[in-house]
Design a protein around this ligand. Structure first.
Ligand SMILES: [Zn+2]
Length: 257
């Protein structure tokens, strides 16, 4: 079984190399380390050189949208090219915490959708309480041409359907293991399995039975098992399909070992 953790903040873990080694032992063959600003994108890029099986994205989180400088996007583009980033993000809109003014969040999201289109890379999208605006921006700016994933998906079945028709996947985290996530467990049955990715979003959102502790890529196994249970499918089949989905979207190679 070779799972893929499609959304990890390795730079925020206490011991990234140790966590990656534990992931490999748990059957997680590949991990995508996510950038949320220039510094963390650079760190994610460094990890790809240090650990075979780690891939990186470059992006600016909506919380950081007020830190954009005139050369931010040029630097990000250069970094994406030199580091062979597999996606642009995480980018998007967060109207739940509103840590940056909304107009700046929109500007940063638009700039990154345009960057993804220019580079031909898929998007890793963060959407918190901004469902309709996220959808309309992806739609209007032509994000369909590159596709991507709305990570830690929190929309409803109608939005999931719209995303799928835009060529996007939905990302499922450890939230699916939580007792109160009944809606998510029923929603995943309405989405084609070929459009679902699994992720940890570590160090956040540790799945049961680790809830409340630091999360790490090895625990994506619990996400996979909970998804399989919700779908009434064997874990192996869900692991295989979601890994294939991730390889297809992000252009990841097959690893032999
Ligand atoms: Zn994240």
């Amino acid at each position: 079984m070779k799972l893929i953790d499609t959304h990890a903040h390795l730079d925020l873990l206490q011991d990234p190399a140790g966590a990656f080694a534990r992931a490999r032992e748990a059957g997680v063959g590949q991990v995508i380390s996510i950038g949320i600003d220039l510094a963390t994108s650079r760190k994610a890029a460094d990890f790809t050189r240090e650990m075979r099986g780690v891939f990186c994205t470059v992006g600016l989180h909506p919380h950081e949208a007020d830190k954009v400088k005139p050369d931010t996007w040029a630097e990000m583009k250069l970094m994406a090219l030199t580091a062979s980033a597999v996606a642009v993000g995480e980018c998007g809109l967060d109207f739940y915490r509103d840590r940056s003014p909304r107009h700046l969040q929109r500007d940063a999201f638009q700039a990154q959708i345009e960057l993804a289109l220019e580079l031909g890379l898929p998007l890793v999208v963060h959407d918190r309480d901004a469902h309709s605006e996220v959808m309309s921006m992806l739609d209007k700016l032509g994000a369909e041409r590159v596709g991507g994933v709305v990570h830690c998906f929190s929309g409803d079945a109608a939005m999931a359907k719209d995303l799928v028709s835009l060529g996007f996947c939905i990302g499922v985290t450890g939230v699916i293991t939580y007792k109160n996530a009944k809606e998510l467990r029923s929603l995943v049955k309405q989405v084609p399995l070929t459009k679902i990715l699994i992720e940890t979003d570590c160090p956040y959102l540790a799945p049961m039975p680790h809830r409340g502790k630091d999360n790490e890529p090895a625990y994506v196994t619990h996400v996979n098992d909970a998804l399989a249970k919700a779908l009434g499918l064997p874990s192996e089949e869900v692991a295989q399909t979601t890994a294939d989905n991730a390889r297809r979207l992000f252009g990841l190679p097959y690893l032999e070992d």
